[in-house]
Design a protein around this ligand. Structure first.
Ligand code: NAD
Length: 488
């Protein structure tokens, strides 16, 4: 339920037990447009007591409703949400751009991704198969997939609609009850989606809830609660490590989607006309604030100068402006804090290597109102430098070079992260060798950033635990039970 204040800035409430509820704190968090600095909404600055109330309502709904044993109802509910999001597509996309800063074209892609994900998992809700097996004479095993129970979903701000739905859809499809904690920079888009959920009668009251507020208190309360059976977390690797510690309280199940430092590997036989814009887009989409950003480019030495020149031209051709403009190729960073982090990394990059282009905030005119940063490329970096090893989460591309396949593989894998990688070559044998050798959850050959609800996604090494999307993504939200029958 939205209240219009005298300044006509909407106030968003928590959604607990099927009711719109004010936080016990009576305090609000403010959300700002990162392109203009305008205040766009208030959301509840919830307390641990609010979370306790939400957990109790969710546990009760899970126990008393037929949600966990009614796949057809889950199918109808998720399909209805897909339908409602379709009907509200443009309104949601605009809000997403106003709150997060990304371009309106990216926002439409994000909302479309939500709709596609909901449709896929609506169908999957009716296909949560187990198995049966004859074990010995007169003994049968039935292997059943059951929902885990009450799931806490903690989401980040960079793709706040899709990364919430990416977890919400399979968690609900599997029959769980859910509490969402969105990021404090982007509560509006999350609560607006919950307003659509509220209109759908297939969702039993209390089966799906949202509580807004700080991660350090209410996110932590979810992660450490003994009544929460699973946490699905998408965010920074350092926060993921804290969540792991808190989850130890009741050995709760964890799904972690964390950071990355993903390489695009460009061989001298690559189709550069195709590769350059896709590699450029892989790092400058969402102003680099995307987990799978192609933040390292590994170039075969013989084509180093040509690739750098062409990437520089690409970066300098981008229109960096308010994401609401249809012409915008890149919007602002999400906040002053993110701007400071990216600027600090560029200052480090200036010492560790050579800035090919960018490296600074954009100023003058409308730029002064927002957090706009120039698309940046840095080269001449030593393998142990911070620009190559740490996730910057901004529009900063780091260049490395290699002489042969083995060296390319060694450099690509020389990272704490293992989320994704791109390989650019017209040699199929080489492509296969690289895809087998790269330690990452997704390897794209001659493309990048292509994601589908039916294809698993997730991290090797410190990029995560478990898989999201696809059948494995659904199974993350299921327990497995062996029911044994012995007949006379
Ligand atoms: P973040 O870790 O700061 O916050 C993510 C969420 O966790 C927010 O809702 C936040 O409020 C909450 N949180 C913060 N501290 C907490 C705590 N102590 N206990 C419980 N919850 C807490 O991450 P962010 O800055 O919002 O997002 C950027 C990060 O997310 C990047 O590292 C990026 O790579 C990663 N990411 C990963 C994926 C993926 O699919 N692998 C997708 C998007 C973003």
């Amino acid at each position: 339920m939205e209240i219009i204040t005298s300044k006509e800035v909407p106030v968003y409430y928590n959604y607990i037990g099927g009711e719109w509820i004010e936080s016990l704190s009576k305090e609000l968090i403010e959300s700002y447009n990162p392109a203009t600095g305008e205040l766009i909404s208030y959301a509840q600055n919830s307390t641990v007591e609010d979370v306790t109330q939400a957990i109790d309502a969710t546990c009760q709904s899970f126990k008393e409703s037929d949600w966990s044993v009614n796949p057809k109802k889950r199918y109808e509910a998720l399909l209805s949400l897909a339908q409602k999001m379709s009907e509200n597509m443009e309104r949601l996309a605009r809000l997403l751009t106003i709150e997060q800063g990304k371009t309106i074209r990216e926002s439409r892609v994000e909302i479309s991704g939500c709709i596609d994900t909901l449709k896929y998992f609506a169908g999957a809700a009716r296909a949560v198969f187990g198995r049966s097996i004859q074990l010995e004479p007169k003994n049968f095993g039935v292997i059943v997939k059951e929902p885990i129970g009450v799931v806490g979903i903690i989401s980040p701000w960079n793709w706040p609609a899709l990364l919430m739905i990416r977890e919400l859809a399979p968690a609900l499809a599997a029959g769980n009850a859910v509490i969402v904690k969105p990021a404090s920079l982007t509560p509006s888009i999350a609560v607006e989606i919950f307003k659509l959920i509220d209109e759908i009668s297939y969702f039993p009251k209390g089966i799906v809830n949202i509580v807004t507020g700080p991660g350090s208190s209410i996110g932590a309360a979810l992660a450490s609660s003994k009544k929460i059976d699973m946490i699905s977390f998408t965010g920074d690797t350092s926060t993921g490590k804290k969540i792991m510690e808190m989850a130890a309280s009741n050995i709760k199940k964890l799904a972690l989607e964390l950071g990355g430092k993903s390489p695009n590997i460009v061989f001298d036989d690559a189709d550069l006309d195709k590769a350059i814009p896709i590699i450029g887009r892989s790092i400058f989409i969402s102003a680099g604030q995307i987990c799978m950003a192609g933040s390292r480019v590994l170039i075969q030495e013989s084509i180093k100068d040509e690739v750098i020149d062409r990437l520089k031209d690409y970066a300098e051709s981008l229109r960096v402006e308010n994401g609401l403009l249809e012409t915008s190729d890149m919007g602002p960073l999400v906040s002053q804090n993110q701007l400071d982090i990216v600027q600090e990394y560029c200052d480090i990059g200036r010492q560790e290597g050579t800035i090919i282009t960018g490296g600074h905030r954009l100023t003058g005119g409308d730029y002064n109102k927002g957090f706009f940063f120039a698309p940046t490329i840095i080269s001449d970096l030593e393998s142990d430098c911070r620009i190559l090893r740490e996730e910057i989460f901004g529009p900063v591309l780091a260049v490395q070079t290699f002489s042969n396949e083995d060296e390319a593989l060694r450099i690509a894998n020389d990272s704490d992260f293992g989320l994704s990688a791109g390989v650019w070559t017209t040699n199929l044998n080489r492509a296969m060798k690289m895809s087998q050798g790269i330690k990452a959850g997704t390897v794209w050959i001659n493309t990048y950033n292509k994601n589908f609800p039916e294809a698993e996604f997730g991290g090797y090494k410190q990029s995560g635990l478990g898989r999201t999307r696809g059948i494995d993504g659904l199974m993350e939200y299921c327990e497995t039970k062996h029911v044994h029958l012995e007949i006379d």
